[in-house]
Design a protein around this ligand. Structure first.
Ligand code: MD6
Ligand code: FE
Length: 216
């Protein structure tokens, strides 16, 4: 991390203030520099090697367009029975540990001593999108959800704490970090589209999004 960020981040107590807020979602633009992003991608390759990406079924019986896997004590999962957290990958192996680089981001932007239980890894190809949703499969909404964007730019849309109504959008770039906490913890949000070729971080293109959560 840069010197400026070190001085802003307090790992135990005070969280740094973001420069930008979108309906209460804090946006830390450029939180990770290029070297930090590359190191993170290398760590994520190890995660994906241990727990390969898969396309879960939605409860409505269609495979999700985004491919995903997880690291941590819990992984996020979905099938005909619904959305939930599972202790192991569909292959039966335990989820790999959350890489230390990822925990450092969490500590830096939240100021919390409690570390996340789950790091969901979402991979978007040129055509993937994510419909408007709330993150509400966790037990305690007083903990924020943190998300990290890597690779191609993505158009992020934020709505309201109930479905529908006016929305606002923002292009997320590689290295940006979002914190969804407080009044914004249960806000509806989604990804409308990615901009293929907008980043050279991933050799074959695409976008990775990490979401970090305290589960129980
Ligand atoms: C994405 N993000 O950026 C999707 N969830 O690909 C999310 O669903 C999300 O950015 C909770 C908190 C922050 C997020
Ligand atoms: Fe989400």
């Amino acid at each position: 991390m840069s010197e400026k960020k070190e001085s802003e981040a307090n790992e135990y107590g005070a969280a740094p203030r973001s420069d930008l807020s979108l309906r209460g979602v804090q946006v830390f633009q450029g939180w990770l520099d290029g070297d930090e992003q590359s190191a993170l991608v290398a760590a994520l390759r190890e995660v994906i090697r241990a727990a390969p990406l898969f396309s879960p079924m939605t409860p409505y019986g269609r495979p999700m367009r985004v491919r995903m896997t997880s690291a941590g004590r819990y992984g996020w999962y979905s099938d005909r029975k619904g959305y939930r957290y599972e202790r192991s990958h569909p292959s039966g192996v335990a989820w790999p540990p959350i890489p230390p680089q990822v925990l450092r981001i969490w500590a830096g932007v939240t100021g919390l001593a409690r570390m996340p239980d789950c790091c969901l890894v979402n991979f978007y190809d040129a055509k993937a999108r994510m419909g408007m949703h709330q993150d509400r499969d966790e037990t305690d909404y007083s903990y924020p959800v943190v998300s990290v964007s890597l690779g191609d730019d993505a158009l992020f849309r934020v709505g309201n704490t109930t479905r529908g109504g006016k929305t606002e959008s923002l292009w997320l770039k590689s290295g940006d970090v979002l914190v969804m906490g407080g009044e914004a913890r249960l806000i509806y949000h989604g990804i409308d589209r990615v901009r293929p070729g907008s980043s050279t971080l991933l050799p074959n293109g695409g976008r990775i999004n990490l979401t970090l959560r305290v589960v129980d």
